[in-house]
Design a binder for this molecule. Structure first.
Ligand SMILES: Nc1ncnc2c1ncn2[C@@H]1O[C@H](COP(=O)(O)OP(=O)(O)O)[C@@H](O)[C@H]1O
Ligand SMILES: [Mg+2]
Length: 482
């Protein structure tokens, strides 16, 4: 059963139950007042509530009653009656079926029809009757005239018109109230159901779109209630899903690219090794000098291959977070000095000058020594490789910040094209000119440096000016002295 039908049923149920309760309550109220179950039946037959007369009317009635008991004939005497009747009191005297006396406002014919009959026992003396569309409360006394004819005296009082009006209009008022009640409940029911059903159908529509693979829509929440929250959560879920699909696609793309890059980079040295080996087999290397040249080229290519595989292996371990790090407190000032001193002579022989702008105090960072050496080696080897000039100047300096230390490695090389600069830290990325050059390299050096620095919670970036040189910066978190 749909929620809509359930709402409709509950609405109908509420209306029916309310009407029944209303009727039962009305019955109980009337019953508890009158103590007479039949009173409901008689509600429209006669008024069962005794409406009192005024004291003046009561005393006039007593006077009349006294007359009726002792000297009934006096009641036929108009003068006598006028004495008793003070202003505004309605009196009627009836003898048998004849109206002997009536306050002038009444029409005798109507009175004969409307007044209650004779009753010897005088039990039902007070009641309400309708005369000419007006309600009257009356008190009656029945007696016998001396000629044995039946006599009745009435003192009447026009009933309060508003109360009677209410009684007369009761069915209309009740119907109107009932109508209003049904309308209000209906309206509330509609509003509540709309605030629930509409957002739910939005959710349903959204779920269907997701099912069919469409994630580019928005489920708006119109309210702050539970359903609104559900809509919001649903939309957050869609956004997450969209992101994860995007990442998935990117991973897939990366994986394909990685595979093709690896195959390409492995293929190149292997092809030339095969070429040289075949050259030897075919007897092309027919002199010891040629043989020597062929063999050393094969050796070089094999070493290239070996270091490429090493880099690939390291990169993939870093990428999968499989490479263990041992962090310790390192005095960066001392560390870089040692590193530069270690390779100073080697570099000098290649015509490379390394300038180390040391600080005059120890600077402690938290780092993995082995990995940090790797980063420095990758940066410095790039400076040398891409300088394309005989005299290479490399300068290394430290800048101390509040929470971290920035290491800067600057060269006076050819620089990097601004269009290539954003990509140099991507894996396998090599700026076009270096791809064609004889320098070799996998395009993994900076990607590896970036992974390592990231593992140190640091940042790495580069600035470069074409023809002037390149600076690579990385940050390390400051550590405690040990
Ligand atoms: N100091 C530098 N001067 C000029 N170009 C550089 C420098 N460092 C890096 N590059 C450019 O960035 C690319 C990526 O460097 P890297 O990741 O170390 O790969 P690889 O050295 O194997 O080519 C290099 O191919 C080169 O084009
Ligand atoms: Mg490199």
């Amino acid at each position: 059963m749909s929620i809509k039908t359930r709402f409709l049923l509950s609405y109908v149920g509420v209306v029916i139950i309310s009407i029944i309760l209303l009727l039962v309550a009305g019955f109980l109220i009337i019953f508890s007042i009158t103590g007479d179950p039949n009173s409901i039946e008689n509600f429209y037959k006669k008024s069962y509530v005794q409406k009192p007369l005024t004291t003046v009317e009561e005393s006039a009635f007593l006077d009349l009653k006294l007359l009726a008991k002792h000297t009934p004939e006096q009641l036929l005497n108009e003068q006598q009656l006028k004495k008793i009747k003070q202003k505004d009191i309605e009196i009627v005297v009836r003898k048998d079926k004849e109206i002997e006396y009536a306050t002038p406002s009444f029409d005798n014919q109507v009175l004969v029809r409307s007044l209650p009959g004779f009753e010897e026992t005088n039990i039902n003396t007070r009641d309400t009757i309708k005369i000419d569309d007006f309600f009257y409360t009356y008190v009656k006394f029945d007696f016998y005239f001396s000629d044995e004819s039946q006599g009745s005296i009435f003192v009447l009082r026009k009933a309060s018109s508003s109360a009677e009006l209410a009684r007369e209009l009761f069915p209309i008022l009740f119907g109107l109230l009932l109508f209003l009640f049904i309308m209000i409940i209906g309206l509330l029911n509609y509003l509540v159901s709309r605030s629930i059903i509409k957002p739910i159908s939005l959710l349903k529509e959204g779920a269907n779109r997701i099912k069919s693979g469409d994630l580019n829509f928005e489920t708006k929440a119109a309210s702050n209630d539970e359903i609104g929250q559900l809509n919001r959560t649903f939309d957050e879920m869609r956004i997450k899903l969209k992101e994860s699909v995007k990442i998935q696609l990117q991973y897939e793309e990366n994986r394909k690219e990685l595979l093709s890059n690896i195959s390409h980079d492995l293929k190149t040295p292997i092809t030339s090794i095969i070429g040289y080996v075949e050259g030897i087999q075919d007897g092309v290397a027919n002199t010891p000098q040629k043989m020597e040249k062929y063999l050393s080229t094969i050796h070089l290519k094999a070493k290239d291959l070996d270091s490429l595989i090493d880099e690939l292996f390291l990169f993939s371990k870093l990428d999968l977070n499989k490479e263990p790090f041992t962090f310790e407190s390192v005095d960066l000032n001392q560390f870089i000095r040692d590193y530069v001193e270690e390779f100073h002579l080697d570099f000098l022989q290649q015509g490379t000058q390394i300038e180390w702008n040391r600080m005059d105090k120890p600077i402690f960072v938290t780092a993995d020594r082995e990995k940090l050496r790797r980063v420095l080696a990758n940066l410095i080897s790039n400076c040398v490789k891409y300088a394309e000039r005989d005299k290479v100047n490399i300068s290394i300096s430290l800048h101390e910040g509040l929470e971290d230390v920035v290491v800067q490695v600057t060269d006076n090389g050819q620089g990097i094209e601004p269009s290539a600069l954003p990509f140099i830290f991507n894996r396998f990325y090599r700026a076009e000119q270096s791809r064609n050059s004889q320098t070799g390299g996998s395009g993994l050096g900076l990607a590896i440096a970036k992974q390592i620095i990231r593992e140190h919670q640091g940042d790495i970036w580069a600035t470069s000016e074409k023809g002037k040189g390149t600076s690579v910066f990385f940050t390390l978190k400051k550590g405690e002295q040990k």
